[in-house]
Design a protein. Sequence first.
Length: 648
Amino acid sequence: MLGTALYSASANAGSAPQWMRDQLNASLPAHDEKIASVMLYTETAITVQATGKLRRLERKVYRILRPDESGLGVVQIITSPATRVVNMRAWSIPATGKDYEVRNSDAIEASLTGAEFVVDMRMRILQIPAAVPGSLVGYEVETEEEPYLYVMADDWAFQDTVPVREAHYTLALPPGWQYKATWLNHAEVSPTAAGANRWQWIVSDLKALRLETDMPPWRGVAGQLWVSLVPPSGQVPGPRSWAELGSWYLNLTHGRRDANAAIGQKVTELSASSVSTLGKMRALAAFVQSDIRYVAIELGIGGYQPHPAAEVFAKRYGDCKDKATLLSSMLKQIGVDSMYVIVDASRGAVTAATPPNPRFNHVIVAIQLPAGLVDPTLVAVRQYPGLGNVLFFDPTDPYTPFGSLAGNLQGGYGLLVAPDGGELVQLPRLPGEVSGVQRTAQMTLDDTGTLRGEVHEVLTGERAARQRTDMAAASRDADHAKALEAHLGDSFATFRILKATVGNLPAKDRPIEWNYSVEADHYAKATGDLLVVRPRVLDTKSTALLETREQRENPIEFASALRDTDVFDIALPAGYRVDDLPPAVDIDDGFAAYHSKTEVRGHALRYSRTFEIRELSVPADKATQLRDFYRTVWADERAQAVLKRASP
């Protein structure tokens, strides 16, 4: 952790600049009393040189209202060979006392390299002294930037997680240059002329972007202005459409998927035991998923350009685009074509309205299925004109089987790099039937209220993948039992696991199967000649996510669609009969459904239910409906049956 004393010692007494002092008496924007700070002023000025190089000036001024842990006292700038810091300075104006100033020479640099991540980017850090309640803090950073990977554009994200009083964006272009403005998540604002080939946009009184649980990524909901730069005729423009961007990436990867003899030999070895094309595809996908270690080495253009397939195969490591390249190369050896798909690993960060840009963070593959190849396990499939049925697959994901797609990618948008150019496409959304938990239990209740019995659980799809992720480090039965204990702790006050086994944990293409015996004392409560018992034995589907005072502002995102089922049979103690049963529940809101029923079967209670999430996202205007849905589920999960002892 960076020590305040380190920077306080180097801080200089000195007057803050006038643009910052102008904010001393500025009125505060409307804000929630819990907000720790407000942004009084922010300014971004972009000057484009004739070569396409950008000169950027960033200024920000905050008023700190109460103790804040969001790091406003620290300025952090990422640098790279394409981005150079010309100067950075920061100031604080305490409520009492003199101003403080820290300069570029006071900054320190930190590496961004991790154990499995090597990049040529660094972090330049400047800490502002006296960043305490009552103070005004501000900074100014000047940078020079090369054209962003030949995409001549700039993205101004003017909304923040604190209220913004006033935000300015200025664009200065060389003669003959033009621009195109695209507004995202905000009404269009017309610019004002600020001189020859110079324009300025101003937005003010912006509400704080509220960070809510299970909301879309910040980039998908924050107000932004995307400015595309158009050089004059005769200069090479950057990609101006998704089609052109796809062609750019295809050229960047030219020859990278070429196979050598070693790859060909490995493909022959891996596919030897499979007669069908699908079997061969599965074998190749499993090899790249499991045998190619994830290591990201992204230097210069290497952040976008994959290493050659032969190199990835020889070294047995690579990042997402390297894995996609090797798998594509290997598939080609068995006559199966595939394409790159550039995506964002967080669904919702890129939308249908996002303008063409390469600022994604992940690469997967789109596999053209051979004509006539149909299999029920191939669920992440979409059909495209001229391409036929295309299967989307992520060879970096170690726990999602071939044929499926992780929930964070489902329904998101990606750039499909086809042979004739790129296309922004929406990835498949898998039906809930392929992901869920099917649970059955045979339980016995005795007259002391103790419940014991056997439980069988089958986890499929996203449910299985997430459990494999959570249990990746669990190699012993004792570790598996701990995971089970955490799960059962939500359903029982006290319990004992008598035995437990888990099957198919390493076999990602098969469901996970749990079999366990459990015993819970005092599960039923005795009152005179009555026993009160909860028919819903295991697992809670309800949530307090929407039980807040504030009205929901952002959509609610689900990990995936799913369909869970439970059937619990509880044999009654001798001498008891059912006196009262909870009512059945039948609710269907379209985006979610819940059905439950408690009935008598012979001398036993049977509780059965189905819980479904059908949509990946629920809009904020339906949050109240979703809250009421969960309240209904909550009440059903706590409903009780009454057993009565028969008269002697």
